[in-house]
Ligand binder design. Structure first.
Ligand code: IPM
Ligand code: MG
Length: 358
């Protein structure tokens, strides 16, 4: 049976890194008879330039009928002055919301070869392997009312709303507990229950869900403490689960522990495991078009797609191993370069992964 993948390269370095991910996927598709087919679509600024919207109907139709979505990155200077509703980022938020991709998995794994690229001491991060499960379709990112209004005294007031229903908390809870069960069975839920009622409810519901997973040890941290612990002693964590905005912030911190945003993939899943896969880094407009971006996060996102949507663990592990082998060959893109290594371009890194796959 053939499976369709919607390919949305997006903006900035999106096109360059996507080309490498597709090279790798094309190779495996043929080599392992995966039966995958591809269809391109526009999102973000690239979509705005053609259709005057960052998430056009054609793309909505495409992602709805696809079995999985592979995304590059969105955003750039060119579109920054547009109103919020038309900005590239809205395309990404629309996609998450349209497909109900509520469960966002952001692994932070340290490749021993890159320990020197981190700004933290090697003993703090060596062996780091944690997973952040971020709620992705609710919370303050989507809550109503929102906006900027003018008060009676003429002063402007900006407002956003943090809301979670019990069922929204419960489903991300189940998602996180299930992932913890497959890992080291420790789950830390992050909230601000000392100040925000909404996350007091979050904590209560996590406790309720925990009863169904007696093999998983649940703990709680306030988000300020969690961010501090992440840089102080990140290896204490196995899986973390948190709200949309806290997850946005903590996942950037977690990512940087590993030395480079250029290495980290992500998966965003719906209740049936249909997913959107993307690197966690952005469109990096400052280096776009130069052929120096690191394609590994996107290539590793392909591995997550094979694992979570297509249930093909063998193919996923093959890619992850090939990335590891490429790093063992001492080649590095600029973002992860250190002395004594060979600096390579985006496409040379893609070629090295394919060579390792062979
Ligand atoms: C992320 C990004 C997005 C987010 C932006 C681009 C809308 O920062 O995926 O972490 O805030 O969710
Ligand atoms: Mg972010």
């Amino acid at each position: 049976m053939t499976k369709k993948i919607a390919v949305l390269a997006g903006d900035g370095i999106g096109t360059e890194i996507m080309a490498e991910a597709l090279k790798v996927l094309d190779f495996l598709n043929a080599d392992m008879s995966l039966g995958l087919t591809f269809e391109d679509g526009l999102i973000g600024g690239a979509a705005y330039d053609v259709h005057k919207t960052p998430f056009p109907q054609q793309t909505i139709d495409l992602v709805k009928k696809a079995d999985a979505v592979l995304l590059g990155a969105v955003g750039g200077k060119k579109w920054e002055s547009l109103e919020i509703a038309l900005r590239p980022e809205k395309g990404l938020l629309g996609l998450r919301s349209e497909l109900e991709l509520f469960s966002n998995l952001r692994p932070a794994l340290l490749y021993p070869q890159l320990a020197e690229a981190s700004t933290l001491k090697p003993e703090v991060i060596s062996g780091l392997d944690l997973m952040i499960v971020r709620e992705l379709t609710g919370g303050i990112y989507f809550g109503q009312p929102r906006g900027v209004k003018t008060l009676e005294n003429g002063e402007r007031q900006g407002f956003n709303t943090l809301v979670y229903t019990e069922s929204e908390i419960r489903r991300i809870g189940h998602s996180a507990f299930k992932i913890a069960q497959k890992r080291n069975k420790r789950l830390c839920s992050v909230d601000k229950a000392n100040v925000l009622e909404c996350t007091e409810l979050w904590r209560e519901v996590m406790e309720e869900v925990a009863k169904e997973y007696p093999d998983v040890e649940l703990s709680h941290l306030y988000v300020d403490n969690a961010s501090m612990q992440l840089v102080r002693a990140p290896k204490q964590f196995d899986v973390m689960v948190t709200t949309n905005m806290f997850g946005d912030i903590l996942s950037d911190t977690a990512a940087m522990l590993t030395g480079s945003l250029g290495m980290l993939p992500s998966a965003s899943l719906d209740v049936n495991g249909k997913g959107m896969y993307e690197p966690i880094h952005g469109s990096a407009p400052d280096i776009a078009g130069q052929g120096i971006a690191n394609p590994l996060a996107t290539i590793l996102s392909v591995a997550l797609m094979l694992r979570y949507t297509f249930n093909n663990e063998v193919a996923a592990v093959r890619i992850e191993k090939a990335v590891n082998d490429a790093l063992d060959g001492n080649i590095r893109t600029a973002d992860i370069y250190s002395e004594g290594m060979t600096k390579v371009s985006t496409s040379e890194m893609g070629d090295a992964v394919i060579a390792a796959l062979k």
